[in-house]
Design a protein around this ligand. Structure first.
Ligand code: LHQ
Length: 264
């Protein structure tokens, strides 16, 4: 656990468990929570022992996005610079999630609104409780979808659905998010944490370097033309082929036993 209780952090069997922990405010983001989440993600970058991250929320919500009480226009002498808020707090977190070459799993345990939804969509594999819903709440308060939302929604869903979700702020239930390919799976509420923890443990016991290179490739795919991407696959496969985990994977196959990957 960190000394900043707005995010609870555990490390077990290679999985860094990160729980957003302001349940009375539906885990909406204040400065403390931003800094604690960022510190946890930085730790995942820095420590080789960490081989997967599992992000969830305490209480009945995943996250309701920005703590609007912290950005109360009635208490501000001047118009705010929300671009500065994004630059200082949200964007570094989004970049840490996307650049971490280890699997990041989101277990969306309840409502995910605004930047809370879009932080979940930045994760590599998203499981959600069937009772959870995703709300692009921004248009209700005159804002644009941030925390990568206008990017991730458009890539995952195409313009028609991305625009409708963003402009109407209609809640999207977890099962529909799964049907639309926006998340990996909607899971019975009671099974969510067990399934997410099991998945995180499985991935943490996987060939971390190869999984990280896979993440790098898939994230680059829509930017690259095929020829550039084939070169990138060649280079990444060269790197993967030189890992101990590749040697172990093939050896285990030939010896008809389960591989023991060490993430090297
Ligand atoms: C909250 C919040 C919240 C504070 C619930 N803040 N207290 C980036 C740059 C800079 C500035 C602006 O924003 C951004 C990015 C963003 O994320 S913008 C979008 C911000 N989020 C929203 O607009 C969502 C606001 N929340 C809601 O619409 C609802 O609370 C949802 C739909 C999430 C849940 O509804 P309910 O289940 O009916 O719960 P509730 O509304 O009764 O909330 C429970 C408590 O949580 C309540 O406090 P109280 O003291 O009355 O019990 C809320 O005030 C508090 N809360 N969201 N974002």
């Amino acid at each position: 656990m960190t000394d900043n209780e707005s995010v609870l952090v555990t490390l077990k069997d290679g999985v860094l468990g990160v729980t957003l922990n302001r349940p009375d405010k539906l885990n909406s983001f204040n400065v403390d929570m931003h800094l604690a989440l960022r510190a946890a993600l930085q730790r995942a970058h820095d420590e080789a022992e960490i081989r997967a991250v599992l992000l969830t929320g305490a209480g009945r919500a995943f996250s309701a996005g920005q703590d609007l009480g912290d950005r109360d226009p009635r208490k501000m002498p001047e118009k705010p610079d929300l671009g500065e808020t994004l630059e200082t707090y949200y964007n570094p977190t989004l970049r840490l999630i996307r650049s971490l070459e280890k699997p990041v799993i989101a277990a969306v345990n309840g409502v995910a609104a605004g930047a809370g939804a879009n932080i979940a969509f930045a994760c590599d594999i998203v499981l959600a409780a069937k009772s959870a819903k995703f709300i692009q709440a921004f248009s209700k308060i005159g804002l644009i979808p941030d925390a990568g939302g206008s990017w991730s929604l458009t890539r995952a869903l195409g313009e028609p659905r991305a625009k409708a979700l963003a402009m109407t702020a209609e809640p999207l239930i977890a099962e529909k998010a799964e049907d639309w390919g926006l998340i990996w799976k909607a899971v019975d509420d009671a099974a969510l944490m067990e399934e997410a923890t099991g998945l995180a443990a499985k991935l943490a016991g996987g060939p971390t370097k190869g999984l990280g290179l896979t993440k790098r490739l898939i994230q680059a795919a829509s930017e690259n033309d095929l020829s550039t991407h084939l070169d990138m696959e060649r280079d990444c496969q060269r790197e993967a082929g030189r890992t101990d985990d590749y040697a172990e994977g093939v050896t285990a196959f030939l010896e008809k036993r389960a591989p023991v990957f060490r993430g090297k």
